[in-house]
Write a protein that binds this ligand. Structure first.
Ligand code: UGA
Length: 441
């Protein structure tokens, strides 16, 4: 099938390359010409495991093309995906201008019968707006609008798109559902659950999923605070909770809070939508408040350990909002860096993928591109992002480089006993800390 993809960001690019991989003819467009040119030359705009290989494959076999013209995008396309950004407005609601512009651009050039699939995360009711826009600007085409929310996670976007646990399509038209089912049939045959529903239910379900996942993270982070106050162990509590299949173990890792471009903005947009619909949903605001509290708790631990932050050097390990990505948008690590710098500390950061982006985003942060450089002269090191690389840190080497060996484990990544045995003060999250082993040199 011929498919167009508008917007080649963290959702659009994996979507386009996976659709090409399963046999479709895909054209993709973006308002950012530089990004398009780079992709045509084989350069990815961000790091995502396995994505470069998939994009190369599509470029090589000709099934994935990056175009600059909407005429080329829609020519012969049965389905056009809208994967553009929906950034937050200051009101908390999503800014849907890019969605409207994409719909208009498609309407002005398309012919025939085209399914327009909304993949950007949008408030319930947006598909109706998209349908109205398509109708208002259409040249001659007939459009069928569907909502096809994406559940892929950054860092595992390729795998999530190749083996999704569900494919959700909301539509009012049986014909549009049939087209979408045909499009996804290679994935459905491999076991992805096909869920067809109406437009508004699909749109709402996406918000419901992200809010619930954020709730799980905030729940365990609140428990981490209680565990710290009561000398209990949050990782054991999470394991006990997670072994109940009704709860499940995922998204129960306590830490310095969630970040990224999805949870914070989707939660705010969902809260606003609920209000607009006349329903007060204070739980959503509470999830966000506990998330802020998790970051503040990490800051407080550093401050308590170092006393005055002025003239202290803090090393941050991990700057991306989660491991496996170079994305630093709303990264808790960067927020922590800003708070520490504002309090007078010198902050040096290291990240396996996000260093250069982070350096341009936080005024005053020093960024190094070698893991052991970051420890040099530091009075405290903080694990902010759970990159695998940090699990095998040579602790003796790190301690030798540091001015004072204090390690705040914001992701409970390390074995506290092993850290203390190397002479560190170990300060984990939601569990008891350890003093340095006096025999360690
Ligand atoms: C999230 C959802 O998981 C995807 O299903 C959805 O498609 C995507 O948003 C989206 O709406 O586009 P993503 O933001 O890529 O995916 O990352 P997650 O893996 O969900 O992690 C979000 C944040 O929660 C990260 O900062 C992560 O470190 C944090 N987190 C996650 C925790 O602190 N603890 C956990 O146990 C799990």
């Amino acid at each position: 099938m011929k498919v167009g993809v508008v917007g080649i960001g963290h959702v659009g690019l994996p979507t386009a390359s996976v659709l090409a991989h399963i046999g479709h003819e895909v054209t993709a467009i973006d308002s950012d010409r530089q990004k398009l040119e780079a992709l045509r030359a084989g350069d990815l705009p961000y790091f995502e495991p396995g994505l470069a290989e998939l994009v190369d494959e599509g470029r090589a076999n000709g099934r994935l093309k990056f175009v600059t013209d909407f005429e080329d995008l829609v020519a012969g396309a049965e389905v056009v995906f809208v994967c553009v950004g929906t950034p937050p407005r200051s009101s908390g609601g999503a800014n849907l201008l890019a969605v409207e512009k994409a719909a208009r651009a498609v309407a002005e050039v398309a012919d025939g019968r085209v399914v327009v699939a909304e993949k950007s995360t949008v408030p319930a009711g947006t598909a109706e707006r998209v349908a109205r826009t398509l109708d208002r600007y259409r040249r001659s085409a007939e459009f069928l609008v569907v909502s096809n929310p994406e559940f892929l996670r950054e860092g595992s976007a390729v795998n999530d798109s190749l083996t999704p646990d569900r494919i959700l399509v909301g539509a009012e038209s049986p014909e549009a559902l049939e087209v979408m089912k045909r499009l996804y049939s290679p994935l459905i045959e491999k076991g992805a659950r096909w869920i067809a529903t109406d437009l508004r239910t699909a749109e709402l379900a996406k918000h419901a999923c992200n809010a619930f996942l954020a709730l799980k993270v905030s729940y365990i982070n609140a428990l981490a605070r209680i565990c710290e106050l009561s000398s209990a162990d949050v990782t054991d509590v999470a394991e006990i909770m997670g072994s109940d299949p009704r709860i499940g173990p995922a998204f129960l890792d306590a830490g310095i809070g969630y970040g990224g471009y999805c949870f914070p903005k989707d939660l705010a947009a969902f809260d606003r939508l609920a209000r607009q619909l006349g329903y007060e949903f204070p739980l959503l605001g509470e999830i966000a408040r506990i998330n802020d509290e998790a970051l503040q708790a990490a800051f407080d631990k550093i401050e308590t350990a170092l006393w005055n932050l002025e003239e202290k050097r803090v090393a941050l390990l991990g700057l991306s909002f989660k491991p496996g990505t170079s994305d630093t948008r709303l990264s808790p690590s960067l927020e922590l860096a800003r708070k520490l710098i504002a309090a007078g500390a010198t902050v040096c950061g290291y990240d396996p993928a996000a260093g250069s982006v982070a350096a341009s985003e936080v005024d005053g942060i020093e960024v190094v591109d070698d893991l052991y450089e970051v420890f040099k002269g530091a009075d405290c090191a903080v694990i902010c992002t759970a990159w695998d690389e940090f699990k095998t840190i040579d602790l003796a080497r790190a301690r030798q480089a540091m001015a004072i060996p204090i390690l705040v484990d914001g992701r409970n990544l390390l074995d506290g006993g092993a850290v203390a045995a190397q002479g560190f003060t170990y300060i984990p999250t939601g569990r008891s800390g350890l003093e340095p082993d006096p025999t360690a040199r």
